[in-house]
Design a protein around this ligand. Structure first.
Ligand code: FPP
Length: 266
């Protein structure tokens, strides 16, 4: 639907990585995992991993935008992450403030628009303020959408969507017979991203092979790539490598390849 425009100086790196510039996915989602283990391996407190993780968010955002990716969805804080020690939760809640106060000018220069999914009302006021300011400051950017999942959980997102649709049915605004996948998607937190499509590729770093309640509806047909690299070590070259794995996959969306259905005996 969209033509991906690769930034000039990224072209050489794309060639070196043997990536096909025509097959850069529109929407990439990442479960950024391994911050704690990265820090522990270095005998540092866990929050040092999150701090380095934030730096990597900047690097990968720029790399993704330079590649012409249309949406980068990052799982920054799940509804389950509240179970962590207070000190760690407080640190994580402070990250959007740190990140946006440093990087919003660069996001604007790169034409990147910030979007957030998740229940923002449960976040500390300062975090909400940082998020809302970043959304407002980048609202006119027309390039990549940097979509942060903050206090996000997919089951709760789906439940809220079901409830909202049920209310619309009750109020006579929605005919149950007309609820199809497209209409239902409009009740999800990703509704505004619909023009870009669901994630083509979901990457999880750190060697874990789980989805952890991230975009369950939206990744129905995504390619999944699991890499052993811890998020704080993740570099643009790792992204290129994961994109190469994606490009070698054969996406059939439940169908078959053209010609595959031909009866060769005929
Ligand atoms: C998972 O690693 C990571 C998180 C729960 C937090 C991710 C957050 C960032 C990378 C920074 C986000 C930046 C902004 C701007 C909001 P883990 O702690 O579960 O690692 P472990 O599995 O090794 O313990």
């Amino acid at each position: 639907m969209f033509s991906n425009i690769i930034k000039k100086d990224t072209k050489n790196r794309v060639e070196a990585a043997q990536l096909d510039p025509q097959l850069i996915p529109d929407h990439v989602a990442i479960i950024m995992d391994g911050n704690g283990r990265w820090a522990q391996n270095k005998h540092l407190p866990r929050v040092a991993g999150h701090k380095q993780g934030m730096e990597v968010v900047e690097t990968i955002t720029e790399a993704a935008s330079d590649l012409g990716i249309k949406v980068l969805s990052l799982y920054a804080f799940s509804t389950e992450n509240w179970r962590r020690p207070n000190e760690e939760v407080n640190y994580l809640m402070g990250l959007p403030n740190k990140f946006f106060s440093r990087f919003v000018p660069k996001l604007i220069r790169n034409n990147v628009r910030v979007n957030v999914i998740g229940d923002q009302s449960q976040l500390p006021e300062k975090t909400q303020e940082a998020v809302n300011n970043a959304i407002a400051d980048t609202k006119d950017c027309t390039g990549m959408v940097l979509n942060f999942a903050l206090n996000y959980g997919s089951r709760s997102e789906i439940l809220s969507a079901v409830k909202a649709a049920a209310i619309d049915v009750k109020k006579g605004r929605l005919e149950p017979e007309t609820i199809d996948e497209q209409r239902f998607s409009q009740y999800l937190m990703t509704a505004s991203l619909a023009p870009y499509g669901d994630p083509d590729l979901l990457i999880r770093t750190s060697g874990e092979q789980r989805i952890s309640n991230f975009l369950l509806w939206q990744i129905a047909y995504s390619e999944l790539v699991f890499t052993d690299v811890y998020w704080p070590d993740y570099q643009p070259e790792d992204l290129y490598q994961d994109l190469l794995v994606f490009q070698k996959r054969d996406r059939r969306f439940g169908g078959i390849k053209p010609n595959e259905g031909e009866n060769k005996n005929k």
